[in-house]
Design a protein around this ligand. Structure first.
Ligand code: ADP
Length: 401
């Protein structure tokens, strides 16, 4: 059974083809700068990759090109597109209505379109991808997997903001959360590693990539989460501020910035980039900090401090914790950041194990704490695409997810 996974941005299509019998990835890639006149395809199959300049005016042409590449004589991994039995689509915002992965039909498309106000940068390109893929593969089932779905179990006391009730009732202002597919994947994987049933495990999961978020998981369900109505809230990120006093935005407008400039600054010029002035890549900041760059050091210290603070808060919410789980590019690889997190959690009894921390990188799974640490910190690589493929497979087979 082969499942194709699609993640469409406004000018990009990320894709991956899975063979579900053994959950292996047969091919993956990204088509970038769709519609700009100088699109490129980066495609990898059997560990061999290539880059190619291509002529792709829109998502429909892009999808056609990707499918042709999958069946291409030399680089191809399947004989015919008919081998693909289903397609899983990443959709960022399910809003309040779409709380689980679902088969795509006209009605579902209408709801995703309605939710576009909540995710204007993401849902419209996600829909463009759905339409292009349905056109290219009209005879197979297409399934939508929502970033927000795993976080739909938050109780009202966690998802409501203390703002006028009408803002929620009329404008749907509330915490939704994002990265849910990643948090769900590592929750299920960690439950398995710890020998617990998925609905028994209590975790704090931290997705630390360019975007960063944290989820408190009780009995396998999300009960609190750091991102908000938009992905701007919570932890410090590559270019996003995370939590700030909301009055700062209004104050900067009173100092002469437009609302759009403030939005741009908080989303694209803040976080690690804003504080360090150097960039948003944690690797570069760690090198600079070691070389004595004080702004880089401060950016890293703030990043770690915010994570430690959130873990403390979520531990209070989920006292009976089985583990803290780190994932995403930084969580899976950045040894100094992980060491800082373990040291920062000493007050909660965490005892780091530096040998384990050094050894657990590049896709490895395992604890980075000592066996006798009262609270374990684990590194569990995420795989959102596989989670999407699993959901598509289950839904096509008629099971609930
Ligand atoms: P995205 O959220 O875009 O998927 P990733 O999960 O790939 O991003 O994470 C990107 C971040 O991971 C960057 O800050 C990058 O510096 C960091 N990262 C990746 N590999 C390493 C590494 N070996 N050491 C430190 N940081 C790393």
């Amino acid at each position: 059974m082969k499942i194709f996974v699609v993640n469409c941005g406004s000018s990009s299509i990320k894709y991956q083809l899975f063979s579900m019998a053994d959950e292996t990835s047969l091919a993956k890639g990204i088509l970038e700068r769709v519609g700009t006149g100088n699109a490129t395809l980066h495609h990898t199959a059997a560990q061999v990759g290539f880059d190619k300049d291509v002529d792709v005016p829109d998502h429909t042409a892009g999808m056609k090109l990707i499918l042709e590449t999958l069946v291409d004589g030399e680089a191809g991994v399947i004989k015919s597109v008919d081998e693909i039995v289903g397609v899983g689509h990443r959709v960022v915002h399910g809003g309040e209505e779409l709380t689980r992965s679902s088969l795509i039909d006209e009605e579902l498309i209408a709801v995703i379109r309605r939710n576009a106000d909540l995710a204007p940068l993401h849902n419209p390109p996600n829909l463009a991808g759905i339409e292009a893929a349905r056109r290219a593969m009209p005879n197979v089932s297409h399934v939508a997997v929502f970033d927000t779905a795993f976080l739909s179990t938050l109780p009202p006391k966690a998802y409501r903001y203390a703002v006028p009730e009408r803002w929620h009732a009329e404008h749907h202002v509330r915490r939704y959360g994002f990265h849910g597919t990643s948090h769900r994947y590592v929750t299920l994987a960690t439950a398995k590693l710890l020998g617990k049933a998925p609905d028994e495990v209590n975790l704090i999961t931290a997705h630390l990539g360019n975007g960063c978020s944290m989820t408190a998981v009780s009995a396998g369900k999300a009960v609190d989460h750091s991102m908000g109505m938009t992905p701007l809230a919570g932890l410090m990120m590559g270019t996003r501020s995370g939590d700030i006093d909301p009055a700062v935005a209004l104050y900067m407008i009173s100092r002469g910035l437009s609302a759009q400039e403030v939005d741009e600054a908080l989303n694209k010029k803040s976080g690690l980039l804003g504080v360090s002035g150097l960039g948003n890549d944690m690797r570069d900041l760690l090198v600079a900090a070691d070389d004595g760059n004080e702004r880089a050091r401060l950016a890293v210290d703030m990043f770690v401090y915010r994570i430690v603070k959130y873990i403390g808060a979520y531990h209070a919410v989920v006292p009976d914790l089985d583990a803290v789980v780190l994932t995403g590019g930084i969580g899976e690889n950045s040894r100094p950041v992980r060491r800082g997190i373990c040291e920062g959690l000493a007050g909660l009894g965490v005892v780091g194990d530096e040998d384990r921390n050094q050894a657990t990188i590049r896709g490895k799974t395992g604890p980075i704490t000592a066996d006798d640490s009262p609270l374990g910190v684990w590194v569990v690589p995420t795989n959102e695409e596989l989670m999407i493929a699993r959901d598509a497979q289950a839904i096509i087979a008629g099971s609930a997810v």
